[in-house]
Design a protein around this ligand. Structure first.
Ligand SMILES: Nc1ncnc2c1ncn2[C@@H]1O[C@H](COP(=O)(O)OP(=O)(O)OP(=O)(O)O)[C@@H](O)[C@H]1O
Length: 773
């Protein structure tokens, strides 16, 4: 349908806001261009102007003019804008031009809708001849279209209606699967339900639909959705709960516009009712999502169960001293006092935490524990000596593939990611649990600072009473990406035996990297400590030169014979001028530039090329790749080159080839430069860390510490020394709201509390409260 539009316009979906000044309502944002009669044919555009509110994912129509910004290039200065409300015809057009109907593009779809009107689909199904004189539609395409329309009958009314409110085919398919014929009724009556049932369906989208349907701003469903939305948001920020006062403040910010106000009493009432109906848990003054409350409660009670079971046999000190002496002789070292203590307690305690910074000997102690146990209990460390009856006694696990691999390299024993160990099926759940526990005698979990409260709960559920557990981690590293800060909370609770290793051994080998890490940890680092050393340098440079300097460092390392896989650039932010995206683009253009005979595929803002170094962004256990795994694109196939008739990108991870279809490319990105958060659990021979004042907001002690301690051979910092020095003295102010410390203390010391908690967990499991998430 061509519109009778005289004015020039850009119709686009808001991707994200780049800058906003709420006081003046001024924003700069990026939009995906959907339609325009301006002379512009790129996919994305930066717009700027005065807006009351802009929501990502929403479609707006802008009028204005193009301006050329000296630094940022072409932008659209908006004079007037409005939210674009599509008509049925638009919905129909996007349905017909969707991937369900191959070969039908936007133009042909428009011609069909133009000719047949809003009831086009029924007309085509009843009388396919009506398509006969549509230009551009071959007989073959016509037949496929009719066949497909027949096959999807029923579904189309939902897709078309959803397309009218800006929902694409993929999301529509998810919605249809979840609600089938109820989808439209629900959309009209309570679109907020979608937010909680359908992944990728945002609150603001539901709000816009609700406004269209005339649902009142203070409708209970809206208030509830606002509450759950804020709790979810808090979870994404790592919190396990929100104080009620904070929650209410945040909900009001989300729900109130300039034209209406929400009564706090009404919110309070909803919170109480939602608690009664198990949609949230209120433990005055804290409000939790049930999944989080019960994950925390579950973890603590499981930990208590395992801790309180008596150990079968303890080791006599004299025997241990003898065995440790033998190991020391064999390995040519003398364990430090704390290291010896750690080995001893690991053998004598049911659950023990081993913590310490880099180079303090955590890995050395793990090896010591394994050797000592094997010698004392005469247990073979050779996997081949075991079969399905006699199970291997040692389980080594870590949250990431890389960390697990490192455990295998250092001990020579098999190690698995926690997901793999627990038999995660990738969708519904874990194979290992209370009913089907793990088997073995000693469980060693490395990099525990990365384990969130959900995974900790799942893992501990699967640990049988007679297993000894050794938790290993560095409490000064960043907390887990997911909610909670399990390692540091456990240490703070003091309910589990912990050995802290302080003495640095790698330093003895002359490592400046380790010295710096410990100086940061103890807040003693000064500008003078940043002098060049064998394995360290700080290349001070101006913001404008930062990417050039990073490039030079990478080039120099390559010239010295390092592989690009050995060099990792770590930065804290994605979108600044010197952010991860920009650095990746630059390094890619140097180390893997466009070439005639090298295949590439364009996906959104990224060009993936054969040979590119890439990082996995989500867990994909079905393919044995996990968030943070780094691989290389080894092949790109065109549609006509494989039986699936789809473009394919093959990424080779350590020993695994994983195939990505075009839609899956969202799951990977370039990995020349990765975020410090994503680098957790990994180590690289050379780490290059740009530090810029534009990262200020992110520069914190534990972030810098985590990044720097990823370097094994060489660490090169570049950029602004002041920004670095101010960053290492900034504690993370963004403390996570958790109640693990209190729960631990109570469960371990108050039996009545523990029993009540266990009962509540059991009740909750019967109710299966997690369905709504
Ligand atoms: N008691 C010791 N005597 C001599 N050398 C030691 C001792 N303990 C550890 N080391 C050495 O110090 C170095 C660091 O030890 P290890 O790798 O075990 O530390 P880590 O805490 O696991 O470090 P990271 O977390 O950085 O891997 C190793 O080379 C190791 O051999």
């Amino acid at each position: 349908m061509e519109e009778q539009q005289v004015d020039k316009f850009i119709r686009g979906e808001l991707i994200h806001t780049i800058y906003s000044n709420p006081a003046e309502h001024f924003s700069i944002a990026k939009v995906k261009v959907l339609k325009t009669n301006e002379d512009f044919d790129e996919d994305d555009l930066v717009i700027k102007g005065y807006f009351s509110e802009l929501y990502p994912g929403e479609v707006y129509q802008f009028t204005g003019k193009f301006i050329d910004h000296k630094k940022f290039g072409r932008q659209y200065q908006v004079d007037f804008y409005e939210r674009y409300v599509p008509k049925t015809e638009d919905g129909l057009m996007s349905y017909l031009s969707s991937e369900l109907f191959p070969g039908i593009g936007k133009k042909t779809a428009a011609r069909i809708v133009d000719k047949l009107g809003p009831t086009a689909i029924n007309k085509i199904i009843d009388q396919p001849v009506l398509l006969d004189d549509i230009k551009g539609l071959t007989a073959e395409r016509k037949n496929t279209l009719v066949e497909q329309l027949r096959a999807h009958q029923g579904f189309e009314s939902i897709v078309v209606k959803l397309a009218e409110v800006g929902i694409g085919l993929k999301l529509a398919q998810k919605i249809y699967q979840a609600y089938k014929d109820e989808a439209l009724t629900l959309l009209k009556d309570n679109p907020y339900q979608y937010v909680f049932d359908i992944e990728g369906f945002g609150f603001h989208r539901a709000d816009l639909i609700a406004t269209r349907e005339g649902i009142a701003m203070n409708h209970p469903s809206r208030l509830r959705a606002g509450i759950l939305y804020c709790l979810n948001d808090a979870m994404n920020d790592g919190h396990v709960f929100l104080p009620k006062e904070t929650l209410i403040k945040q909900v009001l910010e989300v729900l109130e516009g300039r034209r209406y106000q929400i009564e706090t009493d009404a919110l309070n009432q909803q919170i109480t009712e939602m608690d009664e109906e198990h949609y949230l848990v209120e433990r005055d003054p804290n409000i939790y999502l049930p999944v989080l409350y019960y994950a925390e409660a579950g973890f603590v009670t499981q930990l208590k169960r395992i801790s309180e079971t008596e150990i079968e046999e303890t080791v006599v000190e004299a025997d241990l001293l003898k065995v440790v002496g033998e190991i020391e002789e064999e390995d040519h070292l003398t364990y430090g006092k704390e290291q010896y203590e750690a080995i001893k307690q690991a053998l004598n305690e049911k659950v023990m935490i081993l913590t310490g910074g880099p180079g303090t000997g955590k890995t050395t102690v793990i090896k010591g524990i394994l050797k000592a146990y094997s010698t004392i209990y005469q247990v073979s460390m050779n996997v081949k000596d075991y079969d399905s009856k006699a199970k291997f006694p040692y389980i080594l696990t870590a949250p990431t593939g890389r960390a697990a691999k490192r455990m295998t390299e250092s001990t020579g024993l098999p190690a698995y990611t926690i997901h793999r160990l627990l038999g995660w099926d990738g969708h519904v759940g874990f194979d290992k649990n209370e009913e089907n526990p793990l088997t073995g005698k000693i469980l060693i979990i490395d990099e525990f600072s990365m384990v969130d409260i959900f995974l900790a709960n799942q893992l501990f559920k699967a640990i049988p009473n007679d297993m000894q557990v050794i938790i290993v981690g560095d409490e000064d590293q960043l907390p887990s990406v997911g909610p909670g800060q399990v390692l540091s909370d456990l240490l703070e609770s003091k309910q589990v035996y912990a050995v802290k290793l302080d003495e640095v051994y790698r330093q003895k080998e002359g490592s400046k990297i380790i010295t710096l890490a410990h100086q940061i940890k103890h807040d003693t680092l000064t500008k003078d400590d940043l002098e060049k050393a064998n394995d360290f340098n700080f290349l001070a440079c101006h913001h404008d030169q930062l990417i050039d300097v990073v490039e030079k460092v990478v080039m120099r390392a390559l010239e010295r014979g390092f592989d690009i896989r050995d060099i990792e650039i770590l930065a804290p932010m994605y979108k600044t001028e010197v952010g991860i995206h920009q650095i990746n683009q630059r390094i890619q253009s140097i180390v893997n530039p466009k070439k005639k005979d090298v295949r590439e595929i364009h996906a959104k803002d990224t060009v993936f090329r054969t040979g590119d170094k890439v990082i996995q962004l989500v867990n994909q256990p079905e393919d044995n790749v996990f968030n943070g795994d780094i691989g290389q694109i080894t092949a790109i196939f065109r549609e006509n080159e494989n039986i699936d008739k789809q473009e394919q990108v093959v990424v080779t991870f350590d020993d695994e080839d994983v195939v990505y279809l075009r839609n899956d490319l969202l799951n990977i990105t370039h990995a020349y430069c990765i975020s410090i958060h994503k680098s957790q659990g990994s180590e690289f021979p050379i780490v290059v860390m740009p530090v810029d004042y534009t990262y200020r907001r992110m520069l914190r002690k534990n972030l810098l510490y985590t990044g720097m301690t990823r370097a094994k051979q060489s660490l090169i910092l570049c950029g602004n020394k002041e920004a670095f020095l101010s960053g290492i003295h900034q504690k993370d102010t963004h403390e996570r709201h958790t109640t693990l410390v209190e729960k631990c203390v109570q469960v371990f010391t108050d039996n009545a509390y523990r029993e009540a908690l266990e009962e509540a967990i059991e009740e909750e499991e019967k109710l299966s409260p997690f369905d709504f998430m």
